[in-house]
Design a protein around this ligand. Structure first.
Ligand code: SF4
Length: 469
């Protein structure tokens, strides 16, 4: 057994960053597999305080390296139920960050942790010296945990194997959440767990608007609020509906104002543009508005390239995080893509124009059949020009104007030129001369790269000039 080391553990270390110069070992993150999983078990299945290590111990890992990493926490207690697994798991983000010299980011299969050189200087050589105190910490912070056992996995093949099992657990949690809708409940849940990192952030978790981190469903919020009424998850009555389409409710606005310290007073659930939900930084995916096509693109953490607006996920995440309402960018959880209220105020899927192909494959069951081939991926468009061509070719709803599915209201005008140029007029005259006035919409799109609306705009400008009748 490794020698016991007194670690510095305090909420004041939450939010501590470990930069490259201070890095001892990196766990998971963008360059290696990583996962965290908490499982509820019966009292006799858990050996309290036990830490099992599968793979190289900390002292055997080369300084500065990035390794695959999995951590499995088994918890038991009289009040522990399955619904609490996600809640305890999500506390990893805050509680592991209490340890000076340890950084924890993201959640589930996206975890990214760093161990700083400060822990090596303290004499830490084993995972056990970190995770034994973690057991004590978790039991103190969540007294409903009576017993807790930890398994640390660093053997690369075993991490893969356990990650696959963990994915099945996450999927089962999400499937359960997919069956429930906002109409079925009279309470939503708030969560302020991430305020240490993003002080004005306050999440609302509803059946149809699951958490942006992907780690907390409505069921999890309910279980957490029940077992720990003073904790970071709390009920919000579903009442005082101000706008059913945008998802604006009086009690949510009041909660947002109170929990953000007055930073914002309105927060709507199903929109991108007007008083959107806050984004703390833990979001699984990011949505970004592209005014050039009047459409929304989305990207996930795994997509490393530049999106059609020229920005990679990491740059946009930097602009979006911090607990602000950032109009034009929005953090969203994967589960939200399956929601019948997905961005419903903005046209939902009819407004989505681009997404990485892997993400599209992952959420394909949530995409309406008539939109499947109209949403570009990196195979179809890599910049705004190629995106415009693609959207024209497939006749995406943004081209002619988006009609909102929820209420049949036309919410965008479709593509229009700010100003018709001489070059565009000449191109249209040449086109009309070539076709002899027999105008075919497909030919307009292919030959001129214009939508029908834009073509008519140029024709009207030519009529005003007296060039056309
Ligand atoms: S992202 Fe939101 S829902 Fe998820 S843990 Fe943080 S505050 Fe809670």
């Amino acid at each position: 057994m490794a020698e016991e080391i007194q670690l510095d553990i305090s909420p004041m270390y939450e939010g501590e960053r470990i930069r490259k110069e201070d890095l001892w070992v990196e766990l998971g993150g963008p360059k290696a597999d990583g996962f965290e999983l908490t499982l509820a078990a019966s009292m006799d299945e858990v050996q309290d305080g036990k830490v099992t290590i599968i793979g190289p111990d900390l002292k055997d890992v080369k300084e500065g390296s990035t390794i695959p990493f999995g951590m499995i926490f088994k918890v038991a207690g009289e009040k522990i139920e399955k619904d609490l697994e996600s809640i305890i798991e999500r506390r990893n983000h805050a509680l592991l960050s209490y340890i000076s010299g340890l950084m924890h980011l993201n959640q589930r299969y996206d975890i990214w942790m760093r161990i700083g050189k400060g822990l090596a200087k303290k004499g830490v050589t084993s995972w056990e010296q970190i995770f034994k105190p973690v057991v004590t910490l978790y039991k103190a912070e969540m007294p409903f945990i009576e017993k807790m056992e930890v398994t640390i996995v660093t053997d690369p093949a075993k991490v893969k194997e356990e990650l696959a099992k963990a994915m099945a657990v996450y999927q089962a949690r999400d499937s359960r959440a997919k069956g429930l809708h906002d109409e079925d409940v009279d309470v939503f849940y708030g969560c302020t767990l991430c305020q240490a990192f993003a002080p004005t952030s306050a999440c609302v978790v509803t059946p149809d608007r699951p958490s942006l981190c992907g780690a907390i469903t409505w069921f999890d919020g309910r279980a957490a609020a029940k077992v720990d009424p003073e904790g970071p998850q709390f009920p919000i009555p579903k009442s005082g509906c101000v706008d059913a389409v945008a998802g604006e409710y009086g009690p949510i606005n009041e909660m947002a104002e109170k929990r953000s310290g007055g930073e914002y007073t309105v927060m709507k659930l199903y929109t991108f543009f007007d008083a959107p939900h806050t984004s703390c930084g833990c979001f699984e995916t990011i949505g970004f508005y592209m005014p050039e096509v009047d459409g929304i693109g989305v990207a996930d953490r795994d997509f490393k390239g530049a999106t059609p607006n020229g920005l990679p996920f990491s740059t946009m995440a930097g602009q979006t995080g911090g607990g602000k309402q950032v109009v034009g960018f929005l953090g969203m959880g994967i589960l939200y893509y399956f929601s019948s209220k997905f961005l419903q105020a903005d046209g939902g899927w009819r407004r989505i124009v681009w997404m990485p192909k892997k993400l599209k494959e992952r959420v394909k069951e949530g995409i309406p059949a008539d939109m499947m081939d109209k949403i570009a991926t990196e195979d179809d468009a890599t910049d705004l020009d190629s995106l415009k061509k693609f959207l024209l070719k497939v006749d995406h709803p943004v081209v002619g104007g988006v009609v909102r599915a929820v209420d049949g209201k036309k919410i965008t005008e479709g593509w229009k030129f700010d100003e018709v140029t001489d070059e565009q007029k000449e191109a249209v005259i040449a086109f009309i001369e070539k076709t002899g006035g027999d105008i075919d919409t497909e030919a307009v799109k292919a030959d001129l790269g214009m939508s029908e609306g834009q073509f008519m705009q140029v024709v009207e400008a030519l009529q005003a000039d007296g060039v056309l009748e």
